[in-house]
Design a protein around this ligand. Structure first.
Ligand code: CDP
Ligand code: CDP
Length: 215
């Protein structure tokens, strides 16, 4: 297992800025960035490809354990392969957004993802929902990003060229379904990114890291 002292966690809801901030912070520190959501998204993709039921835990697990899933951390953007096939570009679709929370609520799926993440050698910056609570409770530094729901919806519309109301509804639904694993770690530094630029968030994180000797 990786040394948790080498891990920096950045959790928060959809479009709070986790992955953009985590990637930039990792770049400044010269260490890899890992997006834990990709593993849940790949589980949803395998179910979708097999026209399976995301609500059936046994079926989701059968698909996951019947394939070799590799997460390849990279500053240019993590890649995800399934039996050597690069599936990364198909992981951020509306269909996966709509089914991923149903897959992510299964305890055995969560245990499978947690195990994969703990195998990754540190140091790295990792983003997700429960990185600072369940997966790396002993991490060196923890951040929890938030932003008002309407700001988050507007950000996602910018990325997906979609209708604002539909995106806001889908995001609210995902927030609700993800609530069980989304509580902030008690020792995480909260940053409301709503009125901040990406640069400002990154510099707040870097300042906090220099305070704990991690930057
Ligand atoms: O970037 P965004 O927050 O939209 O998505 P993501 O981080 O790729 O996560 C996709 C989904 O995976 C979330 O909606 C959760 O259902 C699940 N997830 C989770 O349960 N725990 C994590 N640590 C990361 C993601
Ligand atoms: O990973 P997560 O879903 O939390 O959010 P993201 O994909 O990193 O960010 C969503 C969008 O908001 C990206 O296009 C960012 O450039 C933008 N953004 C941000 O993340 N933080 C700000 N303070 C301002 C904009």
């Amino acid at each position: 297992m990786n040394d948790v002292e080498d891990v920096i966690t950045i959790d928060g809801p959809a479009a709070s800025g986790k992955s953009s901030v985590a990637r930039r912070v990792a770049g400044e520190l010269g260490i890899p960035f890992v997006s834990s959501g990709l593993l849940y998204r790949v589980a949803a993709l395998l179910v979708e490809e097999g026209a399976g039921d995301p609500g059936d835990e046994r079926e989701v697990m059968a698909r996951l354990t019947g394939t070799v899933v590799r997460l390849l951390p990279s500053l240019q953007g993590d890649r995800l392969t399934v039996d050597g096939r690069d599936v990364t570009d198909g992981l951020h679709t509306d269909a996966i957004d709509a089914s991923v929370s149903a897959v992510a609520r299964h305890p055995r799926v969560r245990a499978w993802v947690t195990e994969r993440l703990r195998e990754i050698p540190g140091p790295f910056v990792i983003d997700g929902r429960d990185m600072g609570t369940t997966v790396f409770p002993g991490a060196r530094a923890k951040f929890y990003l938030t932003a008002p729901p309407e700001v988050r919806a507007r950000r996602r519309v910018g990325e997906r060229a979609a209708d604002l109301r539909e995106v806001a509804d889908a995001m609210r639904r995902r927030d609700r379904l993800d609530a069980a694993q989304s509580a902030p770690a008690p020792d995480a530094l909260h940053i409301d990114t709503g009125d901040l630029t990406l640069d400002e968030v990154v510099s707040q994180v870097m300042d906090a890291l220099s305070g704990v000797g991690a930057a």
